[in-house]
Design a protein around this ligand. Sequence first.
Ligand code: NAI
Ligand code: A1CAB
Length: 275
Amino acid sequence: MSLQKANEGGLVLLGCGRMGSALLKGWLEAGVDPKAVTVLDPHPGDWLKMLEGKGLRLNTPVAKAAVCVLAVKPQLIEAAGDLKALGGGNTLFVSVAAGSTLAALEAILGAGTPVVRSMPNTPAAIGQGITALVGNAHCEASDLDLADQMLRAVGQTVRVESEAQMDAVTGVSGSGPAYVFHLIESLAAAGEVQGLKPDVAMKLAVATVAGAGALAQSSTESAAQLRRNVTSPNGTTEAGLQVLMDDDKGLPVLMRQTVRAATERSKELAKGAEG
Ligand SMILES: NC(=O)C1=CN([C@@H]2O[C@H](COP(=O)(O)OP(=O)(O)OC[C@H]3O[C@@H](n4cnc5c(N)ncnc54)[C@H](O)[C@@H]3O)[C@@H](O)[C@H]2O)C=CC1
Ligand SMILES: O=C(O)[C@@H]1CCC=N1
């Protein structure tokens, strides 16, 4: 229903890099007509040029749009000012930029503009992202529904009750895939130290993380219970977890520091944007 709104009213995507292209792929798969889409990006790849052949407009002036999605780097969010003529009311703006606050976005786009701030993550590229979102005071329920529907084209969504939570969201799920990829790298490297060939170690690590993630997602049991299910008394897992769960230098300590650093960086980006 809401994607029909984007189809009928027009959809603009500012910035079509990793995140922008993941979103665009999801929208097209969800039934958005390429003819309804305008992409603004000074460095369009071959895929966009191919879509141009299907009616997508590339770097053409925009007269009207139901929704504009901002997916440029936070440091370049001022480029959204080029779309200011659409601000002020009829067009919904949805930003995915880390640390770009609703106040900063509204200052760029004009007072009274409905703006949604969101934070997706890269599994969006295969439709398995998770995106948190929050709207400014000018968003109607229908605006939030439209944003939600656009973002659900690439995975799950959650609405947070206050914008202040977006920094922590960024620290957990926005940046989180990178932590998990590093876990895969570290698990495989540790397997190599124990004598496995690199390709075998990597295959075991990727499949273990993917399988455990899928099990955690589909199971009714908590992550803690699923962990206990692997752990036989006095067995191998217990020996491994004694290291990983160490109170002083185990994963919980390291993860707290990791998420805190990413959350703080999100806050710093917000301060920079509000200058
Ligand atoms: N990569 C990630 O894991 C996530 C990224 N984000 C946010 O998404 C946004 C984009 O990040 P990525 O896609 O990773 O970056 P990217 O570097 O892959 O893409 C940025 C795109 O913007 C284009 N661009 C540069 N200047 C422009 C301008 N003046 N007008 C229009 N387009 C312009 C670039 O050509 C590029 O295609 C950032 O704000 C980031 O905070 C949010 C969640 C996760
Ligand atoms: O690293 C970043 O700033 C972006 C935001 C979340 C994931 N990537």
